[in-house]
Design a protein around this ligand. Structure first.
Ligand SMILES: [Zn+2]
Length: 385
């Protein structure tokens, strides 16, 4: 394979803090009038006019229609994002496949694809990512950054918000990786700014800006599938933890006796709620088989899902008791738990809430691996904006 060219036809410009603040406001909260922006950002009209002009000159925003301001004589010009100003690549990496999404600056997915991974060796995966990104350049010459997410512990100061420091993939069970400086390697392979993140953290950050968490100050996203993990936003900030390990709800105790998880804990969340646990507890051949059995009334499978729901509820209760979110979003391959055992999930939560805590709405977010790729692209947007 030829070495990947390290060219950047259209690098994302280096923005000042003030420029970023204006862009972020328009990006997350939609088109804004200059008057509104100067009020929200505490900037003078003169400063804001200058910053707007700079962002227009960079091609990132456009000045839109002139909207009359209610109750005032002076009309106000709107600032709008130019979605086509840049494109971002998001990649969800599993032990078997790369799921790619390309988004515009508005986080709208404009392209999706899936590739089987040829090998799990770090160098091979990185080379495959480099080749995939290179192939995208023909159609998306304005590629600005790459985000990669995976089910692993990602440590480092720059993870989800992309504040610049390198991230280490501390461990990825699915890939057999340990201490891999993935963002550095992807940066070298693509010639683009790159950021690596944990997949559930990435999805939580994506929902915070553009999805189910827009407008919420505090919420949590639970990714349920082969494992269970939570991403948590408190007071508008995603919790990163000191070592990249927040939201570990997978081994909380649920029952004093019962099945064990793969770590040997009796009755923990993972002994009931994860896909491998449900397959075992339902005496099924696969997760799809367990779902099918439960739907047709097989008691063993139904009980497996009821227990999974109760365990999921216990995990949610722990988060509610600790951080008091406005809402909990559940997603992942394990969503059938909510469908088949919604009452048990709610009961599992209510039974474990502190008397002072209110039950929170639990909503489901439809899942496919493409959602994680979309989230990784948003992490790339967050990395540069
Ligand atoms: Zn356990």
């Amino acid at each position: 394979m030829a070495p990947v060219a390290k060219r950047q036809e259209r690098a994302w410009p280096k923005l000042s803090e003030a420029q970023r603040a204006v862009l972020l406001e328009v990006l997350i909260h939609g088109s804004r009038s200059r008057a509104d922006l100067s009020r929200r950002l505490g900037l003078s009209r003169t400063s804001l006019s200058r910053l707007s002009r700079e962002l227009v000159d960079l091609g990132i925003v456009a000045e839109g229609e002139i909207r009359p301001v209610a109750g005032r004589g002076r009309p106000s010009e709107m600032l709008l994002i130019r979605p086509e100003a840049a494109a971002f690549v998001g990649i969800k990496l599993t032990g078997d496949a790369l799921y790619l999404a390309v988004t515009d600056l508005h986080a709208t997915v404009v392209h999706q694809q899936e590739q089987a991974i040829e090998s799990r060796e770090v160098a091979d995966v990185v080379a495959q990512i480099g080749a995939a990104v290179e192939a995208l350049r023909a159609d998306f010459p304005a590629l600005a950054a790459v985000g990669v997410c995976l089910a692993g512990d990602v440590a480092g100061a720059g993870d989800v918000s992309g504040s610049g420091d390198r991230e280490l993939i501390v461990g990825s069970h699915f890939l057999g990786w340990d201490q891999v400086p993935l963002s550095d390697l992807v940066r070298e392979a693509t010639g683009l700014p790159a950021v690596a993140s944990n997949d559930v953290q990435s999805l939580t950050a994506a929902h915070h800006w553009f999805g189910a968490g827009v407008g919420l100050r505090s919420f949590a996203v639970i990714g349920l599938g082969m494992g269970i993990a939570a991403g948590i936003v408190v007071n508008g900030t995603i919790i990163k933890g000191s070592r990249g390990h927040p939201g570990k709800v997978g081994h909380l105790p649920v029952t004093a006796e019962g099945p064990s998880c793969d770590r040997g804990h009796v009755g923990c969340v993972s002994a009931y709620a994860t896909a491998p646990a449900i397959i075992r507890n339902a005496e099924a051949d696969s997760y799809a088989d367990a779902v099918r059995k439960a739907r047709v009334g097989d008691r063993v499978a139904q009980n497996a899902f009821t227990s999974a729901g109760e365990a999921l509820g216990a995990a949610i209760a722990a988060i509610v008791n600790l951080v008091d979110p406005e809402k909990v979003v559940v997603t992942g391959e394990g969503l059938p738990v909510l469908e088949l055992a919604e009452a048990a999930t709610t009961r599992g939560m209510r039974d474990r809430l502190d008397p002072a805590a209110e039950p929170v709405p639990i909503t489901r977010h439809e899942f496919d691996f493409g959602a994680y790729a979309w989230a990784a692209a948003i992490t790339a947007i967050r990395h540069v904006v």
